[in-house]
Unconditional design. Structure first.
Length: 273
C-alpha cells in the first residue's frame, strides 16, 4: 500500500480513499495541498493493483469491510487515534463500512457522490465472471498513442488543466505498442466483486446508529433522488451538499469540491492532534 501525505503531523488527520479506476494515485494532487493549507494532515491511499503496483495474492483483501479495517490499521501506524475520512466513488462505499465498523475512530465522514447507492450487478456472479468482463473493458480501453488518449480524455472533462493531465497520465502506461491502463485487471475485478458482495446499503443502518457526523456531496449530473431519500431515512445525521459537476468532482469542479469539504470538516472536527 502506497501512501501520499501533505501537511504538518500536528494537523487534524484526514485519510482519503480514491475511486475504482487507474487514476486514483494522484487524485488529490490539487486537494491534498489545499487541505493541508487549511490545517489538515492529509494521507491518501493508493490501492495496490488499482492505483499502484500489482494485485496482492489474496484477492479477498478487496472486500470493503477488509479495506475499512485496513484504513484503521493504517491510522494506527500513523499514530492517529481519531481522524476524518473522505472517500470518492469506491472510496465512499468503503467509507460507509468504515463508519459502520469503526465509528469510535471517526471524527467525521465525507462521501463524495457515492456510498448512498448500491452497485449495479448480480451479487451471485463469480469472481471469474467479473474478471472476464473487466478484461473485455480493458481491451477496449486502449489507445495507439498518448495524443489519442488525451483527445479522448478531454472529451469527457468539463475543464482541462495541468494537474488533471498529470493525474490521468500517471494512470496509464505504454505496453506492447499501446497506451493502456496501469491497473491490474485482477485487482479491479476483485474490488468490483467485493462491492457486489458487500453493498453499501448493508451498512447503512449501522452507520445511522453510529451517529458519526456525515457529509454527502452530490454531483448534479447524477439523479439519485430516490436513493438519497432512503439513505436519509437510514442515516438521519447526514448533511447534503450539491455541486454542479459530473461524477468525477475533482476533475469537473475541483475548487468548489475542495472548499465544500474543507469548510464542512473545519466546522466538525476537533483541533490538532
Amino acid at each position: 500500500m502506497t501512501l501520499r501525505e501533505w501537511g504538518s503531523h500536528e494537523g487534524v488527520p484526514l485519510l482519503y480513499w480514491h475511486g475504482l479506476n487507474p487514476f486514483g494515485a494522484l487524485e488529490l494532487n490539487e486537494a491534498g495541498p489545499a487541505w493541508a493549507a487549511d490545517g489538515f494532515r492529509v494521507v491518501s491511499f493508493s490501492a495496490p493493483g488499482i492505483a499502484n503496483g500489482t494485485a496482492p495474492p489474496d484477492l479477498t483483501l478487496f472486500r470493503p469491510t477488509r479495506l475499512a479495517d485496513l484504513v484503521v490499521e493504517t491510522a494506527d501506524g500513523l499514530d492517529c487515534e481519531s481522524f476524518a475520512f473522505v472517500g470518492w466513488s469506491w472510496g465512499a462505499s468503503i467509507g460507509v463500512h468504515l463508519g459502520a465498523r469503526h465509528a469510535d475512530r471517526l471524527q467525521a465522514l465525507v462521501l463524495l457522490d457515492a456510498g448512498h447507492t448500491d452497485i449495479p450487478g448480480d451479487p451471485d456472479r463469480s469472481l471469474d465472471e467479473v474478471l472476464a468482463e473487466i478484461s473485455e473493458q480493458d481491451e477496449r480501453y486502449r489507445f495507439e498513442n498518448w495524443k489519442d488518449f488525451f483527445a479522448a480524455a478531454r472529451e469527457t472533462r468539463r475543464q482541462w488543466r495541468p494537474p488533471l493531465e498529470e493525474r490521468l497520465r500517471f494512470g496509464m502506461h505504454e505496453s506492447e505498442g499501446a497506451i493502456v491502463a496501469r491497473s491490474d485487471r485482477r485487482a479491479a475485478a476483485a474490488a468490483w466483486h467485493g462491492l457486489l458482495q458487500e453493498q453499501p446499503s448493508s451498512a447503512h443502518e449501522a452507520l445511522g446508529l453510529s451517529g458519526v457526523p456525515l457529509l454527502l456531496v452530490l454531483a448534479t449530473e447524477n439523479d439519485t433522488s430516490a436513493e438519497i431519500e432512503r439513505f436519509r431515512a437510514a442515516v438521519p445525521q447526514v448533511e447534503l451538499r450539491s455541486i454542479d459537476s459530473g461524477h468525477d468532482l475533482f476533475a469537473d469542479a475541483p475548487e468548489e469540491t475542495i472548499e465544500t469539504v474543507s469548510t464542512w470538516l473545519r466546522s466538525i472536527v476537533a483541533g490538532p492532534h
